[in-house]
Design a protein around this ligand. Structure first.
Ligand code: NAD
Length: 339
């Protein structure tokens, strides 16, 4: 039977094939699992920096194809673009610590690699290309002002810069045949098939649970936060939206009520771990501070996060209580320790 590209059949039989770069990662593995549940055919394209265990619970699905490959390997990417309807590009060297540990790898992966995936997608006639950027690109917003998609980008770190270079070159590829969509994600938290304990909510929860103590540098920085399941929900919303609404556009991904001061976050951690000791140091090692508006994705696409940070902290506490992780200090949970 012939299925036209980006077709969607009402009985759910065929929703198209989505290639997810970085599909074995923290967000990618959660996205892949949900795409499969929703009837999509999925191809994971990932160089498996953190192993393949994140895909173990659904790897036998007949709708999943797992490819171990590098986004810098053009020939391999081209071979795997055949019969793909949509690309969700999540693969990256993620976080400032990981990028600082190997700047050459970071720029090649996050900038050259991302643009490579976009150009090949376009050459293969794939219209819908979803690129994962970050609200870190806003860097430091003026005083208490909230930033939106039109605000200037003032990255405070190399990671943010690499994502901006990619955004700019990818959006320039937009035309009637190619519709890139840029998603600037809030900082993510929550449990994943590929767990990360180097993200602020996850770190604080782990430290409160295991060490009974958290050290905070500064505390007056603003950060928008989002649960990993809500990121997945946002991507499904974008996948199902008409291209005329989303193509060639930038969306902040988060919720207007989900901007937190780090000091507010500490208070939420204390609600779940009342015994935790908090040490606050004046030195602000991380200068980023941004409060973000999420009205565009809410008003235009009806997307609103379902989870709050408190839900996320409780979820991690439950998992740690149950000893879900054999060793939370294992290097595979920390991006900067694996290259
Ligand atoms: N986690 C967050 O808080 C957050 C916030 C904003 C934006 N993002 C963006 O979301 C995306 C996913 O982040 P994550 O937290 O899931 O990170 P992650 O590190 O868990 O996943 C990244 C995946 O990309 C793969 N990868 C790296 N280089 C590759 C290459 N050259 N070729 C193929 N695969 C490669 C890795 O093996 C890994 O599985 C990234 O683009 C990141 O910038 C994440």
């Amino acid at each position: 039977m012939f299925f036209p590209r980006t077709s969607k059949f009402l009985n759910g039989a065929k929703l198209g094939t989505v290639l997810v770069t970085g599909g074995a990662g923290y967000i990618g593995s959660m996205l892949v699992s949900e795409l499969l549940k929703n009837g999509y055919q999925v191809k994971v394209y990932d160089k498996m920096m953190f192993g393949v265990e994140s895909l173990a619970s659904f790897k036998s699905s007949p709708n999943l194809q797992i490819i171990k490959g590098d986004i810098l390997d053009t020939a391999s990417l081209e071979r795997n673009m055949i019969d793909v309807d949509t690309v969700v590009h999540t693969a990256a060297i993620v976080g400032e610590a990981a990028c600082a540990a190997n700047q050459d790898l970071a720029i090649r992966t996050n900038y050259l690699g991302a643009v490579n995936v976009a150009k090949i997608s376009k050459a293969y006639g794939i219209k819908r290309f979803i690129y994962f950027s970050t609200c870190s690109t806003y860097g430091k917003s003026d005083d208490e002002n909230e930033v939106d998609e039109l605000s200037p980008l003032r990255p405070m770190d190399f990671y943010g810069e690499t994502k901006i270079y990619a955004e700019r070159d990818i959006i320039r590829l937009a035309d009637e045949k190619f519709s890139p969509i840029i998603l600037r994600l809030s900082t993510v938290y929550g449990l994943s098939h590929r767990m990360r304990f180097d993200l602020v909510v996850n770190i604080f929860s782990k430290k409160a649970h295991h060490e009974g103590k958290i050290t905070v540098f500064g505390g007056n920085q603003w950060r928008p936060l989002i649960h990993v399941s809500d990121v997945v929900k946002a991507v499904l919303t974008i996948l199902e939206a008409s291209l005329s609404k989303v193509g060639g556009r930038v969306f902040n991904v988060g919720g207007n009520t989900e901007n937190y001061l780090i000091s507010d976050l500490i208070n939420l951690v204390k609600e779940v771990f009342p015994e935790v000791q908090v040490e606050t140091l004046d030195a602000m090692t991380d200068q980023r501070s941004y409060r973000v508006k999420f009205g565009k994705i809410e008003q235009e696409l009806g997307f609103r996060p379902e989870h709050t940070v408190l839900d996320g902290i409780r979820e991690i506490k439950n998992a740690l209580d149950k000893k879900t992780f054999v060793n939370v200090e294992d290097r595979r949970y920390y991006n900067h320790l694996i290259q």
